[in-house]
Design a protein around this ligand. Sequence first.
Ligand code: HEC
Ligand code: HEC
Length: 254
Amino acid sequence: MQFRVPAAVILSLAFTACGPSEPAQTEVPQEPGQPAAPEVTEAPLPFQLTAEQEAGKVVYETMCWSCHGTAGRGDGPAVLAGAVASPGDLTQRSFSDSDIRRIQAAFQAAAGDLSPDNPHMANVLSIIEVEDFNLAAGFLAALSYPTELPGSALAGHANYVLRCQSCHGPTGEGNGPGAEVLELAPANFTQDTLLAARNFQAAFDKIQLGGGGVHGSAMPPWGVMLKAGEIWDLVAYISSFQPGILPPAPGTGE
Ligand code: HEC
Ligand code: HEC
């Protein structure tokens, strides 16, 4: 069949800046006496952030994101502009409680010594309170989850809402509004066999190449616009639709 991308997908491509963006909250004003507008649902986060992680996210997005990037991959705008050396990729680093305590201790030790040999610390320490650094460091465990994949499920969530839920649906069951115009049903991630078999590479390839490159479906080839890291973020996120594929999320105690 003819390859068609719903208008909503094209619009979302046109309006997506590269920064970390909260998905827009769509609020439809109600006229008295009018029938209620259909509820706009949005795919949930891969796991519920704790209050501390929420606070750390705010610090991360204001003070760390410019270098460390949306998913912690070390590709923030300051790095891409060549202003700072890349901090390296944190998505597969472990941030256990003891790792975070070690990072916090190193930060506090460096606080008295703004050496130009340590550009990271010199820049960050001159503008941030220790408590805020600690919150952001704690958030890294949530951002790098799951460490077994080179992607961040949290970062994948934002792209899923913008680019995937129109077909695959907010619950991942393949029932988004775009599914109605497709001959071939979008995959249901809650029962997907590739993910259940933990064949993450095959899911990656499918997203990158799309249906046209695989078996002629209406699944767009996302590799033309998403970087490999962003596709791994999506693999991590869609894996969260089936319990048991990914290990328990940090802070959830599940
Ligand atoms: C100006 C750019 C920049 C900013 C802003 C920045 N970082 Fe970094 N970060 C780096 C660089 C470069 C490195 C690697 C070299 C180094 O440690 O100096 C790094 C390394 C790290 C590491 C790894 C340390 C280790 O143990 O290997 C952590 C954790 C980290 N940063 C956390 C943060 C947090 C949390 C923030 C925000 C509060 C932040 N960074 C803000 C540039 C930055
Ligand atoms: C235009 C509708 C549409 C959009 C938008 C869309 N998909 Fe799909 N997707 C499909 C269809 C249809 C299939 C099933 C047909 C097939 O497998 O070729 C599919 C299949 C898949 C599969 C394969 C599952 C399997 O077991 O084979 C993955 C993974 C996937 N999509 C991920 C995504 C991700 C991630 C996004 C967002 C970046 C996305 N899709 C956006 C329509 C869409």
